[in-house]
Design a protein around this ligand. Structure first.
Ligand SMILES: [Zn+2]
Length: 396
C-alpha cells in the first residue's frame, strides 16, 4: 500500500502534464544526470536535486528537457537552493558547448528559460560539467608518446579509475608533483584547472619542453569515480566523504591515491575543489591546514604572480586555519587528503587545496577556458618553484 501512495503523486503529475496538452519531459538522461521531477503546473516545473546519501543538503543537479521548444518555463527547486548567481549552464547541442543563462530572473531557487523554437532537447547543469569522457577526449588530442595512462584501481562499482603520468626521460626529476580532483565528485569545474595544468606539460612550447624535462607529474582526475559518472553530490557522503577518508580509507580510490603518493614522495601535492555555490567564496583561495608545509606561502605568491585567465587570485584571499569554516570542527569525520600528505610525506613542500569558485572570481565571470588558463599558470608557478625559490626568501 505504501508503495502505491508513493507512486500516486508521480501519476498525478504525469496526468496534469498531459491534461495541459504539454509533452514536456524533464529527465536525467544525460551525462552525470541528477534530478527528481515533481510536477508541472502550467509553465512552472517543480524539481529537486537527489542527495543520494549525502547527510546534508547540497546543490548539484543536471537535467534534460525535451519537447519544450518555443515555450517559456520556470524551474523551481523545492527542497534546497541549487543555483549560482548566474543561473544554470545550458547546452543546446547535447554537451558540445555550454553557456550561462543570463543573470536576469535567476535566484538561488529558480530560473526561467525561453526555449528556442527548434530546441527539441536542452541540457541544464548546476555548473559546467566535466565527465571522464571529457578527460579521455582531452587526452586523445595529445601526443600519446609523451605520457602514460592506466588504471589506478577499480572503483567500488567496478569502474576503472584513471591515472595520468609524465616522467622526465633523460634525468631524475627536479620536482615531483601529484595533482588530484573530484574528492567531491560534483565539483566538476575544478577539473578544467587540472586539464589546463596537464595541458601545459603536453604543449609544444618552451614551457612544455621544460616541464617534461624537469618535472614528474602524476594526476588522479576522478577520486570519486562512481560519483563523477553518476552525478552524485559526493560532498558530505555518508558515513564520510572521500575527502574525510584519510583516516579510515573506506574508498578504493583514496587508498590507491595514498599509495601512489607514498610511492612517488612528491614535493608538491595539489587537490583542486570548488567551494560554496551561492555568494561568499567568490574568489580563488586555499584553506590552509593547521600546520602548513614549508613552501605554502611562497607557492601562493608564485601562483598569484604567474596566473593566467584573469581570475584574479590574490594570496590575501587564502583562508588560514581557524578562520571562517576552516576550523577543527570541519574535520571531525576524518583526515582530508592534504593533511594526510602533510603528515605522511616527510619532505613535502606544498600540500594544499585550491578552491575555484563556480560563478565569479573577484568580479570575473568564471568560464572553462579561464579555469584552463589558471591551471596553465599554475604549471608556470611549478617551474618557478624550481627556478626561483632558492632566490625567494621563505617566510617562517
Ligand atoms: Zn570540495
Amino acid at each position: 500500500m505504501k508503495q502505491y501512495l508513493l507512486i500516486l503523486p508521480a501519476i498525478a503529475a504525469l496526468l496534469l502534464a498531459s491534461c495541459t496538452g504539454s509533452e514536456v519531459i524533464v529527465d536525467k538522461n544525460l551525462p552525470a544526470g541528477n534530478i527528481v521531477f515533481e510536477r508541472m503546473v502550467n509553465d512552472t516545473v517543480y524539481v529537486h536535486q537527489e542527495l543520494r546519501g549525502s547527510k546534508k543538503a547540497w546543490f548539484y543537479w543536471a537535467f534534460r528537457v525535451t519537447g519544450a521548444q518555443g515555450k517559456k518555463l520556470t524551474f523551481v527547486f523545492t527542497k534546497s537552493f541549487a543555483l549560482c548567481e548566474r543561473g544554470p549552464v545550458v547546452s543546446l547541442d547535447k554537451g558540445k558547448t555550454y553557456g550561462y543563462l543570463a543573470e536576469e530572473g535567476a535566484t538561488k531557487f529558480q530560473f526561467t528559460y525561453t526555449f528556442p523554437a527548434d530546441a527539441r532537447e536542452v541540457w541544464f547543469y548546476e555548473c559546467h560539467p566535466y565527465t571522464p569522457e571529457m578527460w579521455e577526449a582531452f587526452l586523445k588530442t595529445q601526443d600519446k608518446s609523451l605520457f602514460e595512462t592506466g588504471v589506478l584501481c577499480k572503483s567500488r562499482e567496478g569502474r576503472d579509475v584513471p591515472y595520468f603520468r609524465m616522467t622526465p626521460r633523460h634525468a631524475a626529476p627536479r620536482l615531483s608533483v601529484v595533482v588530484s580532483c573530484r574528492h567531491h565528485c560534483s565539483e566538476a569545474p575544478a577539473e578544467y584547472v587540472v586539464e589546463g595544468l596537464t595541458a601545459a606539460f603536453l604543449e609544444d612550447s618552451e614551457l612544455g619542453e621544460w616541464l617534461r624535462e624537469h618535472v614528474q607529474l602524476n594526476v588522479v582526475p576522478f577520486v570519486d569515480m562512481d560519483g563523477a559518472v553518476k552525478g552524485d553530490q559526493g560532498k558530505w557522503r555518508l558515513p564520510h566523504d572521500h575527502n574525510r577518508d584519510y583516516t579510515d580509507f573506506l574508498y578504493p580510490e583514496t587508498a590507491a591515491l595514498a599509495s601512489l603518493i607514498a610511492e612517488t614522495q612528491p614535493d608538491i601535492f595539489l587537490d583542486i575543489h570548488n567551494p560554496k555555490l551561492y555568494k561568499g567564496d567568490n574568489f580563488i583561495y586555499t584553506p590552509f591546514i593547521e600546520n602548513p608545509a614549508p613552501l605554502e606561502a611562497v607557492f601562493s605568491q608564485l601562483v598569484e604572480k604567474y596566473q593566467e585567465g584573469d581570475l584574479n587570485y590574490q594570496t590575501s584571499d587564502d583562508l588560514h586555519f581557524g578562520e571562517g569554516w576552516n576550523v577543527p570542527n570541519n574535520y571531525v569525520d576524518g583526515l582530508n587528503v592534504v593533511t594526510w600528505v602533510r603528515q605522511n610525506i616527510q619532505d613535502i613542500k606544498v600540500s594544499r587545496t585550491f578552491e575555484i569558485p563556480f560563478a565569479y572570481a573577484n568580479g570575473a565571470l568564471v568560464y572553462p577556458d579561464k579555469m584552463r588558463k589558471f591551471g596553465h599558470g599554475m604549471a608556470r608557478a611549478l617551474r618557478a618553484v624550481v627556478e626561483e625559490v632558492p632566490k625567494t626568501p621563505i617566510e617562517p
